[in-house]
Design a protein around this ligand. Structure first.
Ligand code: ADP
Ligand code: MG
Length: 279
């Protein structure tokens, strides 16, 4: 399969206050991301997820190793805007991503910055707001909106750049359950429409909806596979201080009571389907 991202032996170190010391946040990661795929990355705080995200989007340059986004090496200054435009990023706190006092200006900010023609900007802004179902809010002030709505505007701002890939760094962490659900629906819809999706999350019920789950710990990848392959390894998951998804836990407990549940029951939906056909 064709890859949109290719990472080889990646290391990233943060300089520390003591000049000679460094903190190695990424400790040798090699990884390919298939075009059009939906990958969830999970791992406890400090495992290096956000650092990896910023490396993918060219905000940071590798200390060692190499990252290609499309055909561009992210360390190549000449193509830094190609990299950032191809791999857009949505952060946890939409307030840090919103810059204007009117929603539509905010969404237009990115395309304006790269010199897109006004007509084209107009249609991109309308399409992007439509895609996140915020069209009717285009003349509103972002600070008047709910957290979930602000996050939708932040996503529209990234969409207006026509990215081929979007990296979402815990986009629902600050939202209530309703807002979370809305954002996840949008993320899945965008992926269905062909945008390569990388979702960093600490919600297992979100991770199980991806095609592929990667678990990071201490700057390394410790598990990588389909949700079923990853979440069936409960021991390894608990070892890195993560929980397993609710349906996986429930399936495990039911198995102990003698009910035969197939290993591919990982989402609540899977569990419901299993129970409904159980005789
Ligand atoms: P995660 O997103 O998984 O919580 P991060 O990528 O934010 O992890 O952090 C990985 C490691 O790098 C942590 O030990 C963190 O303290 C450190 N770190 C993150 N950002 C900085 C920074 N700007 N300067 C120095 N160290 C940092
Ligand atoms: Mg983080």
């Amino acid at each position: 399969m064709e890859n949109i991202i290719h990472i080889e032996n990646l290391i990233y170190e943060y300089p520390q206050e003591e000049e000679k010391e460094v903190l190695r946040a990424i400790r040798g990661i090699s990884l390919d991301i298939e075009r059009g795929s939906f990958t969830a990355i999970i791992g406890r705080n400090g495992s290096g997820k956000s650092t990896l995200a910023k490396l993918l989007n060219g905000l940071f340059v590798p200390t060692e190793g190499i990252i290609y986004v499309e055909k561009w090496n992210t360390a190549d200054d000449k193509h830094i805007w190609d990299v950032r435009q191809t791999a857009g990023m949505v952060f946890q706190n939409p307030d840090n991503q919103l810059v204007s006092s009117i929603v539509e200006d905010d969404v237009a900010f990115g395309p304006e910055n790269i010199g897109i023609a006004p007509d084209e900007i107009r249609s991109r802004v309308d399409d992007a707001l439509e895609a996140v179902r915020m069209g009717e809010y285009k003349l509103k002030a972002p600070h008047m909106l709910s957290g979930g709505q602000k996050q939708r505007i932040a996503i529209a701002g990234v969409l207006a750049m026509k990215p081929k890939c979007i990296i979402f760094d815990e986009p629902t962490a600050m939202l209530d359950p309703r807002g979370r659900e809305d954002i996840l629906k949008i993320i899945k819809k965008l992926n269905d429409e062909g945008i390569t999706t990388i979702l960093i999350t600490h919600f297992m019920d979100e991770a199980v909806q991806a095609d592929r789950v990667i678990i990071m710990n201490d700057g390394e990848i410790v598990l990588d596979g389909s949700p079923m392959e990853v979440f069936s390894q409960a021991e390894k998951i608990m070892k890195v201080n993560l929980e397993v998804p609710i349906a996986v836990e429930l399936a495990g407990r039911l198995r102990k009571r003698g009910i035969k549940i197939p290993g591919d029951v990982v989402t609540v939906e899977d569990m419901v389907n299993f129970i409904c056909q159980y005789k």
